[in-house]
Design a protein around this ligand. Sequence first.
Ligand code: NAD
Length: 369
Amino acid sequence: MSNQKKLLFLPGDGIGAEVMAQVKRVIDWMDQKRSVNFDIQEELIGGVAIDAKGVPLPEETLEAAKNSDAILMGAVGGPKWEKLPFEIQPERGLLGIRKELGLFANLRPALVFDALVGASSLKENIVKGLDIMIVRELTGGIYFGEPRGVDVNPDGSKTGYNTLTYSSSEVQRIGRVALDLAGKRNNKVCSVDKANVLETTVMWREEMEGLSPEYPNVELSHMYVDNAAMQLVRDPKQFDVVVTTNMFGDILSDCAAMLTGSLGMLPSASLGEVDSNGNRPALYEPVHGSAPDIAGKNLANPLATILSYSMLLRYSFDLVEDANLIENAVKEILSDGLRTGDIMEDGLTQVTTEQMGDAILEKLNVVAS
Ligand code: NAD
């Protein structure tokens, strides 16, 4: 791989800096032992950017984001900035990057590690071996559709409204992300809609059907969102890749996340469109927030962020072997019984954020030798 691949590092707020410090150690290890070299630039985002520059997404951060091959972020937000006006709250920094880079595809894997099967709220036989991928459309749909608002009626009552819109091209581009992914996994895509009620999703379903002949090896099915919510908790292993609209994906991905039992274990990716040079803007981040309740205490679980880095290697750079190395190291550590507080169980060994980082490096040394 070229030495010139640019990685933008955005630790952000709260535990963001703590978990990103552990990823940095993994990156340095990869650099030394696997020749996975990145040109790393670190910038401010969120609350720390507000403190230093007065805005959650400083110009230089956005510029660096546009010039990077991939972005790895910790988390943004915290009580210190909660009372600020909506437009300059820390979360606007993340939303700004998503918007500016056109990150329309949100990938949220829900993977249950054998050693953590007891952490799920569902029975072991339902979740053991679970490995599904929710692909959520991120920049369209009812969250962005116009017109929107709340009107005051002549009698003083109010009418609120939002609009669910999707164009053919918006459905096709997210559909292709899901179908491509399925081709690298278990060749199944379930497209979730509400085509029995919403015309927009009748069109969504037709567009998905239209793409299907381009992917003869991928089995495409459709499901109404209410049934999908039910099936996710009844028999989640029936799914491989699930693709859906912004709002349905928002809800279903959180539901799928909880099948795995722990916020501290969940990575995610947000991808944009491939440009004429074959580059695709991409941001990787843990699903969790800045966890102000444990920030600065060396208690945070760094594995979601470390797994976000393995997604980055897999999806932005096709470094499948290196991604597998990291994922196997995580599996082995969990099997050895090491746990941060969030995934702690009786009889196992509780470790700090840094000790979890130490364990990953030790394990990488063993699996790579
Ligand atoms: P949170 O995810 O930060 O924390 C929820 C609970 O999970 C807390 O008890 C926390 O201690 C625990 N937790 C989260 N990550 C953990 C980890 N890696 N290891 C161990 N425990 C972990 O959600 P919240 O409390 O609702 O939000 C806190 C702040 O984070 C808010 O300002 C919110 O807006 C922000 N937030 C940011 C993002 C993001 O940056 N993408 C996402 C969600 C929330």
